[in-house]
Design a protein around this ligand. Structure first.
Ligand code: FES
Ligand code: FE2
Length: 432
């Protein structure tokens, strides 16, 4: 098996697709399911979700097993979804429970078993499990940020891309790119923010300590920068939780060295549509602190970052006929352009990985092992949860005292409790 060729596959009966089917995935938002069926393509399968009259949610194959019309146009009933053509009705486990044009005792009704998958509704999101053990699925791992109550959570969706989800995830396993790609059009730090910033942070990648670690939830990239004070370091870490959660944080993202206690933990998860399409669900937890500025919005409902016609901040040149002209200056736009231009399924065997690609290499090793384990009848790398069923993903971005930094899978400091070095109202550094 050519691993790099197999890895982007998501469909049923593929090694990578079988691996993905051992995880729960976001399907849609709770609010998407009202009183009509909701068509959704997941992992290369066309499905229809519906909320029954009793409130329970079903997820079944989109094509009616009778004569192939789409159940997207079916009728939602109290106990299931009824095809509008001849009335075959399916419950949430794919049993046919009515065939109004057949004799009341037809054996055909018990013979038909339609495609179905279990779903769970939690934190405003509907999740699905498409593994072969779907009749007895593992518990839904609850991603920590959606359970947090110590800030305002913004959850957005609808950003659909036409290339492999791996282009996105590998970009996130590659923290080094942010030191080049996202500094193409560097904004100068506004005067009002400078008092909150340590302008002595050495942001040169070659002077920093870059590490990647396998963690219980997936992997973590950490970059430690020097400051003018030998006892103070600036830590930038990103975390990736399997299968498709990405997280950066914890103090205001986007600005280099800052130490306010305004926290803005960003991240998201992907809905994998098929080999060459995915949708981004972004989540951002915003906790206003002592940072008295309107420079950053306290709460934003436009977290997609791509609402302004997919444009950067630089001026468009009249001779720029590229698909994305004037694209530099907005990190989500920069990421979109770079990921899309790699190709829908890039020829990865032509790559030349280098030292800064340690995260990409580790991510592929994790997936390769899980694919092999699943193919051999085992399990994909599990994502452990705490006693409340929560997946704890810690990230940190900010200044830290050298004694508080422990480089490793459990690296400290952590944004777990929203702590970090900040300036208090007197302008002194405190850990809070
Ligand atoms: S096609 Fe669905 S009931 Fe006939
Ligand atoms: Fe990026």
């Amino acid at each position: 098996m050519n691993f790099l060729r197999e890895l982007p596959r998501t469909g049923p009966d593929t090694a990578a697709g079988n691996m993905l089917r051992q995880y729960w995935h976001p399907l849609c938002l709770s609010e998407d399911l009202r009183d009509i069926p909701y068509a959704v393509r997941m992992l290369g399968e066309d499905l229809v979700a519906f909320r029954c009259g009793d409130g329970g949610i079903g997820l079944v194959g989109a094509i009616c097993p009778h004569r192939c019309t789409s159940l997207e146009y079916g009728q939602v009933r109290d106990r299931g979804l009824q095809c509008s053509y001849h009335g075959w009705m399916f419950d949430r486990r794919g049993h046919c429970i009515d065939m109004p044009l057949e004799p009341i005792d037809t054996p055909l009704r018990d013979e038909i078993r339609h495609i179905w998958y279990p779903v769970e509704e939690w934190a405003g999101v509907v999740w699905c499990y498409m593994g072969s053990d779907k009749a007895d699925p593992p518990a839904l791992p609850k991603i920590d940020i959606l359970a947090r109550t110590d800030g305002g959570l913004v959850l957005s969706r609808g950003d659909v891309r036409a290339y492999s989800y791996l282009n996105f995830m590998e970009n996130f396993a590659d923290i080094g790119h942010s030191y080049v790609l996202h500094l193409l059009a560097p904004g100068t730090v506004p005067e009002e923010i400078k008092p909150y910033c340590d302008m002595t942070v050495d942001t040169d990648w070659r002077h920093a300590d870059f590490r990647v670690f396998e963690t219980d939830f997936g992997l973590k990239s950490v970059v430690v920068h020097n400051t003018a004070d030998p006892d103070l370091k600036y830590v930038n870490s990103w975390s990736l939780a399997l299968p498709t959660h990405f997280r950066f944080g914890g103090i205001i993202a986007g600005l280099p060295p800052d130490f306010t206690n305004d926290r803005r933990e960003g991240g998201g998860m992907l809905r994998i549509i098929d080999d060459t399409h995915f949708e981004i669900f972004r989540y951002t937890l915003i906790r206003p602190g002592n940072f008295r500025s309107n420079f950053f919005p306290r709460v934003s409902n436009t977290a997609r970052g791509l609402d302004d016609g997919i444009r950067g901040t630089v001026e468009k040149k009249e001779y720029d006929n590229r698909k994305y002209p004037a694209w530099e200056g907005v990190p989500p736009v920069e990421d979109l352009v770079i990921q899309e231009m790699q190709g829908a399924i890039p020829p990865r065997e032509n790559e030349h990985l280098a030292s800064s690609d340690a995260g990409v290499a580790l991510y592929r090793r994790l997936l390769r092992k899980s694919m092999a384990d699943v193919a051999a009848g085992g399990r994909a790398k599990p994502v452990p949860t705490n006693k409340d069923g929560i997946v704890e993903v810690d990230t940190f971005k900010g200044l830290a005292h050298i004694d508080d930094i422990v480089l490793g899978p459990e690296n400290m400091p952590s944004s777990e409790e929203g702590r970090g070095l900040i300036r208090d109202d007197q302008g002194d550094l405190v850990f809070a």
